[in-house]
Design a protein around this ligand. Structure first.
Ligand code: CTP
Ligand code: MG
Length: 179
């Protein structure tokens, strides 16, 4: 059980971390260039920037490469069981898919009338995961690492991890509210 949890988190770090890089390095021109959709609301909003998107993809790739090196020192083999080219395509798909899903989530939030930064439980935590897995599932050998067990664990764990990290950040005084 604990092993499944650890494996799932490890395999999904390249999808979990891009948004953190976007938060830190984002800013500048929004992806929608400030334009509105036909409903008169912003297409995506100012929370989705070009720089954040690019920094997030690069950040996810860096994390995946650090994991690849860590595996060889720690003596276990998940990402390192893949050919390098396959590994690269997989980590790019997870990272790009994660930010693409984040953008889709914002598009849906704006259509529902939620302002930038408003929380939309489950959509906020699962749209990035869904698209990361969808893009990654196109890569050969995906199902060898991302078994049904891992995917089910991911869908359950991701919202829980989100709640947990926010509560910890609140307790540490890094966040104003515990959600
Ligand atoms: N960010 C960015 N570019 C992205 C994604 C995120 O610059 N592609 C930065 C923005 O500063 C954003 C912050 O990371 O405000 C937090 O990201 P997120 O919670 O996804 O955005 P929100 O501001 O909450 O906007 P939304 O309501 O559209 O989700
Ligand atoms: Mg948000």
């Amino acid at each position: 059980m604990l092993k499944l949890v650890a494996t799932t988190i490890w395999l999904l770090l390249p999808a979990y971390t891009p948004n953190n890089f976007a938060v830190v390095f984002g800013g500048g021109a929004p992806i929608d260039l400030g334009r509105n959709f036909i409903d008169g609301r912003r297409i995506l909003g100012n929370g989705k920037t070009i720089r954040g998107f690019i920094a997030g993809v690069i950040g996810g790739l860096i994390v995946a490469h650090i994991q690849l090196f860590t595996e060889s020192f720690a003596g276990f083999s998940l990402f390192s069981s893949l050919e390098y080219e396959t590994f690269f395509l997989l980590s790019f798909s997870l990272s790009f898919g994660s930010l693409f899903g984040d953008v889709v989530g914002s598009f849906i939030k704006r259509r529902c009338g939620f302002e930038r930064g408003a929380s939309f439980p489950l959509l906020d935590q699962l749209s990035f995961l869904l698209f990361a897995l969808l893009f990654a599932s196109r890569i050969e050998g995906f199902e060898k690492l991302y078994t049904t067990e891992v995917i089910v664990a991911a869908v359950i764990l991701t919202p829980l991890l989100h709640v947990l990290t926010n509560v910890i950040a609140y307790k540490l005084g890094l966040k104003e509210v515990p959600w």
